[in-house]
Design a protein around this ligand. Structure first.
Ligand code: SAH
Length: 374
């Protein structure tokens, strides 16, 4: 049982039991095939899907419109969820964060954010991250592996099950741990499930992928032809500064990223967002704002300024409020649309990567940190 902070500390210490393969590891067609192989009609797969995506079933036993013997066959062949909730935190603004332990013991984080007209989930795509951005907790332990289809879907569906009956997920942001564009072959079919009428039925316009800026992958995403929102983590307007903050920039360069985002806009019609973490004293001066405006003025772009979330053990500071306000002012008077990201979950470890990091180093105390998700 979780303790009053929602932590299932007993579980986190014990080895995972053997787990059957997750039903969510199968595509819809594979479930149809399985139904047929097990003596049932293919339409049974639609019923199963409705229970998983719409009716928020927690077990196969709840799927009452399936024959009893068939339910039994499902139960002995599959797990509904393969992941386990290690930690469940709820912030005072009702942001909720889960630390999930996957089969094999890897952990990932996902977050549910509530706003008056939105229920947004922020999901992870990799165990760790290879990008090495110097201010980010997610990459501090490096990249272990890509997440599998069911490991990404389970984040979404577990968060969905935290909602009240009359609440629905309205937005998905792929801004958790990892670089989503490095896991596109797995992520894209997952997003198909999110947008599918008999999946979660969300418009692609309500899905945002955040990337460090990998030009070839941005083109690959554009070629998919779906109007997903693209957010690029720019964080600096000169290669010199960006190489320091986002080391992979060394091999890419801002110019190549902007060429790719221009193409993304031309193909998808979606205005690209540029994320810019404000690091006190490092990239938050007026000259930086002017440089950024110079890059983006002629583009149909939007800047999302993210005040640095404190990460224990890292020495970067938050920007002052006056610096942040001045930065916005310079961008806007230069004709570049800018917003400052609202903090969510400030009283839990909602900044992506922090909870997993603490789990990995065996520390369980909760301190500052806020979600970096939209
Ligand atoms: N790999 C993707 C998604 C990762 S995180 C990407 O680079 O976009 C989503 C956003 O949170 C990125 O813009 C990332 O740079 C930012 N971020 C990471 N650590 C942060 C921190 N400590 N404070 C504020 N934003 C942070």
């Amino acid at each position: 049982m979780p303790d009053i902070f929602g932590r299932d500390s007993e579980f986190s210490k014990q080895e995972l039991p053997d787990v059957l393969r997750g039903i969510l590891s199968l595509s819809h067609q594979e479930v149809e095939d399985w139904c047929q192989e097990n003596g049932e009609k293919r339409f049974r797969a639609d019923q199963i899907r409705r229970w998983l995506f719409e009716n928020r079933a927690q077990s196969f036993d709840e799927m009452l419109d399936l024959p009893v013997a068939f339910r039994q066959a499902l139960r002995s062949s599959f797990s509904l969820f393969t992941s386990q909730v290690v930690t469940h935190q709820i912030a005072s603004d009702l942001t909720e964060k889960l630390l999930l332990k996957m089969v094999g013991g890897d952990t990932v984080e996902c977050v549910l954010m509530r706003e008056p007209d939105r229920r947004t989930v922020c999901i992870s795509t990799q165990v760790g991250c290879a990008m090495g951005c110097v201010f980010c907790a997610s990459g501090m332990l490096g990249l272990k592996r890509n997440l599998e289809r069911e490991e990404i879907l389970e984040q979404i569906l577990r968060l969905d099950r935290l909602l009240d009956d009359d609440e629905r997920i309205t937005n998905v942001v792929v801004m958790g741990i990892g670089e989503p564009l490095q896991n596109l072959p797995i992520l894209l079919p997952v997003l198909d499930d999110v947008t599918d009428a008999n999946g979660l039925g969300l418009s692609p316009r309500r899905i945002t992928l955040s990337t460090v800026g990998l030009p070839a992958k941005i083109r690959e995403l554009a070629a998919v032809g779906k109007p997903y929102n693209l957010a690029v983590s720019l964080h600096a307007a000169t290669d010199q500064l960006r190489n320091e903050l986002v080391p992979v920039n060394d091999k890419i360069g801002i110019e190549a990223i902007l060429e790719a985002t221009d193409e993304y806009f031309a193909t998808s019609g979606r205005r690209v967002t540029f994320e810019y973490v404000l690091l006190g004293g490092l990239n938050d001066q007026p000259q930086h704002a002017h440089q950024l405006a110079g890059l983006l003025r002629s583009r149909n772009a939007h800047v999302n300024l993210i005040p640095m979330n404190r990460v224990e053990t890292l020495e970067f500071d938050e920007p002052s409020q006056s610096r942040t306000a001045e930065f916005v002012e310079i961008l806007e008077t230069s004709g570049v649309a800018a917003t400052v990201r609202k903090r969510k979950g400030a009283d839990i470890d909602a900044a992506c990567g922090q909870l997993r990091l603490k789990d990995a180093v065996g520390e369980q105390t909760s301190s500052g940190g806020a979600s970096t998700c939209e």
